[in-house]
Design a protein around this ligand. Sequence first.
Ligand code: SAH
Length: 254
Amino acid sequence: MTETTAKGWVKIVGLGPGDETMVTSQVQEVIEGATDIVGYIPYVERIPDRPGRTLHATDNRVEVERATHALGMAASGRRVAVVSSGDPGVFAMASAVFEALEVANKPTWLDLDIQVLPGITAMLAASARIGAPMGHDFAAINLSDNLKPWSLIERRLRLAGEAGFAMGFYNPRSKSRPHQFARALEILREACGGETLISFARDVSKPDEKIQTVTLNEATPEMADMRTVVIVGNKDTRRIGPHIYTPRYARDEG
Ligand code: SAH
């Protein structure tokens, strides 16, 4: 196939946290118009198979390879939707596509039509279910050490806690690194204080959704797994009836 940039495109889209009503209509339109769907197996499985649409489901650890494949197909005139859960710019495929573009170093690819379309990220979907824990300044941190050293994660946790940010943690606890989340809780107790509220939101917007809020002193590592996004408030985060919120103001206590 000869390379042409005339009609092909790559659109990197977010499918939201799970519920189909939380997929934006913009993203639905892209999926309707795509000839090829590229992504991690469970996300591609959310797209029905049908004539004229090819599904390319791959394992999670080959993001840049998958992105290069998507760019190559677009260069041959195909309309490619790269799918991520949540938002594609949050610990997901959008950066992988731009990294692949840089690594490939093909001048013609720089003229490709590449667009990123946002989705509802797990942290904000969970926050909305809980109340408004991210109502003031916050930090989003990926607790997986696949792509960065654990020492850096510890440092960021400590500094974000000490600076008074509320926090959202992605990929909090996997079977391959069971001790790290216990260590993360220890650091948070020291940096934020044991009475700070922490919420564990599992399978948000899916049929098995489970949301639990406790203090850092009460939290145990088993409350999190890879299907959970963890939300830690700041020291002003509080309960009002069944709701949890962080006030919109803060004081500078140094
Ligand atoms: N791009 C995605 C995040 C991918 S990283 C987004 O913006 O949401 C994968 C992590 O996201 C999981 O380990 C979990 O921490 C979180 N996550 C994704 N979907 C979730 C859901 N429905 N409920 C709770 N956590 C979720």
